[in-house]
Structure formats: C-alpha cells, structure tokens
Design a protein around this ligand. Structure first.
Ligand code: GN1
Ligand code: MG
Length: 357
C-alpha cells in the first residue's frame, strides 16, 4: 500500500494534503502527514515486518505505556510540559492497519513546537538529555513491567547476538579481520549485564530500548526535553541498557555515519552532564546496584551495536536498511572505534557514577 493510501485509513481531523518521508530510522519507514485546512500534523509509520513480526504486541505496549505516562503527569514540577504522542486509530477503530502485503501501518500525533537534535552541542543540552531519560524512566517506574510484551525477544541480550554472529560467521563468504579481532577480544566481557540480571542484582524495569539522540524531542525555545519518541522497543529490560545507549549515541558528536572515521570519539564532558541530569531525575527509584554498571553499560551496548551491524553485513544486510553492500560494515567500524575510545577512558567514566565494582 502507498503511504498516501495508508494515511487515508486513519482518523485524521481533516483531509490529507501531503505525506512525505521523515527522519532517518534504520528499521521502519516514517512519514510526516499534513492536512489541507488544519495545522495539525501526524507521524505515519510502516513497521518493518522482519524486525517486528507481531505488530499487535508493539501497539499494545505503545498504548499501555502512553496511557500510563499520561496518567502520571505531572508527577513532579520537572514533568511540566512533558508530551506523550497520542495514538490515532484507524477509521474502522483498530490502533493499526495491516495492508494486503502484510505490512503494519500506524499513526500518532506529531508533537508540535518541538525539535530533534542530531548531535548534542552544549553541556546544558547533554544534561537535559540525561534528565529526559530519567523522567521517562521515573514516569514508568510504577508500571508493572510484567504487563508489557516482549516484542523483540533477544533484543539487547548480548550473548544472543554473539551466538547469532557465530552462526552467520561460519556461513558467510565475507570477513573483516579487524572487526573479527575486536569481537574475539571483547567476547568474555560482554556478559556482565546479563549475568547481573540473572543473579537478580539488577531488576527488570520498563526500558525504552532506543534512546539515541534523535529520539529526544526538545521543546522549541525552552531547551528542555519534552518527550521521548520511537516507543517500538519499549519492553521489560535493564534501564542500564538505556543509559548506556544514550551515552553511546549522545557522547559521540561524529554520529553513527561520519564521513571521517577518525572523528569518532567518546566525549567525557557530555557523559558527565548526561549522567548528572539522569541521576537528578531518577534518584527516587534507583538502587545502589544501579550506579555500579554505568561503565559496563556504555561499553557493552556500543560493542553490541557494532556486533549487530557487523553480523548483519556478514548476513547480507537483512536487518538494518543499507544504502550499499558495505554500509553496515562501515557502521560497525564506527561503533568499534567509539568502543576503543570508551575503554581508554574507563577510569573517568567509572568515577562519574561513583561506582567501583
Ligand atoms: C535501530 O531504526 P532506529 O534507527 O530507530 C535499532 C536500534 C539501534 C539503532 C542505531 C529495533 O533503530 O537498536 O540502536 O538502529 N532498532 C532496532 O541507530 O533494532
Ligand atoms: Mg528505534
């Protein structure tokens, strides 16, 4: 189904004027929908069926989380202005549409008077990103995590990505010796968070799953984070993966697709500001153990994403959208370079969260 035809199936408040591609996701296709006689806009998405084979579960989680968050607001003065994107139902009443080719489409209200940052440019912005993630976790900290579906079994379970990598390695004609060496050297250290989860040291909580810089919305002119979007990966998990992934993304100003690999480095100043902002908002629900894993979280999630990109390159680019055959290999090299920069600053990062293991 064409995006225009899909958009027509939803309960928009007026006739549709334009549907255009929006954002740069690696998985789903996203469109911005504008109306003819109404300034209201919407986000229309077509879910990637390879990644999300059961869109009903994704939408059930989205509903649960959005409704819960809306009911909490404002829990503290800091939540004033926090926005939750409204799910727009289809004309026939369901939350999503499945077209004749089996693709799932869904629509949410566009959050107006907001902007996306592609990189963190000031310490104040970094602190606000950390605070935004803290607010998101806090607003969901009293939602019973067992009510959420596991929409993506194995997502952010590093040992499972290693197992998948091992099997694709044996069957792929491709290889990159440097990537292979990075993976072999980090293999044993990649289990720390999953072991802590298994031992009950870290509890399952509601995790966003993809808190990269472009999923934080800043209020226009306020400098404050007013929402976190891209809730497809919200599921029971470790909040450490979220903080780690947020640091991975926001402390690398060169981004995930730099033209110059040498520009990739982990910025300690941003890290300090993000951790500070996060701790200020999350003190009410964090436990002693939570603080101890900040360094492990950022190094493991960076390793994991590099491993995922590299394994997808070996598998022939089936999971992440790729512009050319080596796109995922280049993405993997970026994450592995960032990982080396993180490891070189281990002591400083550990000191920030006050954690010694
Ligand atoms: C994918 O599609 P996007 O950009 O929202 C991926 C994340 C990665 C991210 C890296 C479901 O997210 O895990 O961190 O790319 N999402 C999924 O840019 O695999
Ligand atoms: Mg995402």
């Amino acid at each position: 189904m064409e995006p225009n035809a899909a958009a027509e199936q939803f309960r928009t408040e007026g006739a549709i004027a334009a549907v255009r591609p929006y954002g740069g996701g690696n998985i789903n296709d996203t469109f911005l929908v504008a109306l003819r006689d109404n300034p209201m806009r919407y986000i229309l998405q077509r879910l990637n069926p390879v990644v999300f084979p059961d869109p009903g579960l994704v939408m059930a989680n989205l509903r649960l989380v959005s409704d819960h968050m809306r009911r909490q607001l404002p829990a503290t003065a800091a939540d004033d202005g926090w926005q939750v994107a409204e799910v727009i139902p289809c004309r026939h009443g369901a939350d999503y549409l499945v077209d004749a080719n089996g693709f799932c489409w869904r629509m949410t209200r566009f959050i107006e008077r907001s902007r996306v940052c592609e990189t963190v440019t000031t310490p104040a912005e970094a602190r606000e990103v950390g605070a935004g993630l803290g607010r998101f976790h806090r607003l969901l900290s009293n939602l019973d995590v067992t009510r959420l579906h596991d929409t993506l079994p194995g997502f952010h379970v590093t040992p499972q990505y290693l197992a998948a990598y091992d099997s694709v390695c044996d069957n792929s004609p491709r290889e990159d010796a440097a990537c292979r060496a990075v993976i072999e050297r980090r293999r044993s250290g990649a289990m720390v968070l999953e072991e802590a989860k298994a031992r009950g040291v870290l509890p399952l909580r509601v995790m966003h799953g993809d808190p990269k810089i472009s999923n934080f919305l800043f209020g226009e002119g306020t400098g404050r984070v007013v929402s976190m979007v891209d809730l497809d990966t919200v599921k029971p998990g470790l909040i450490q993966y979220d903080l780690g992934d947020c640091l991975r993304s926001c402390c690398n100003p060169a981004g995930e697709e730099p033209t110059d690999l040498a520009a990739v480095a982990f910025d300690l100043e941003s890290c300090r500001a993000i951790v500070g902002g996060y701790l200020a908002e999350s003190a009410s629900f964090l436990t002693e153990n939570d603080f101890r894993f900040v360094y492990d979280a950022v190094r493991i999630i960076t390793f994991e994403l590099g491993l995922r990109f590299y394994a997808d390159y070996l598998a022939g680019n089936r999971y992440f959208k790729a512009r050319d055959d080596e796109h995922n290999l280049r993405r993997a090299r970026v994450q592995f370079r960032l990982l080396a920069s993180i490891e070189a600053q281990e002591e400083e990062i550990r000191a920030m969260a006050g954690g010694e293991r």
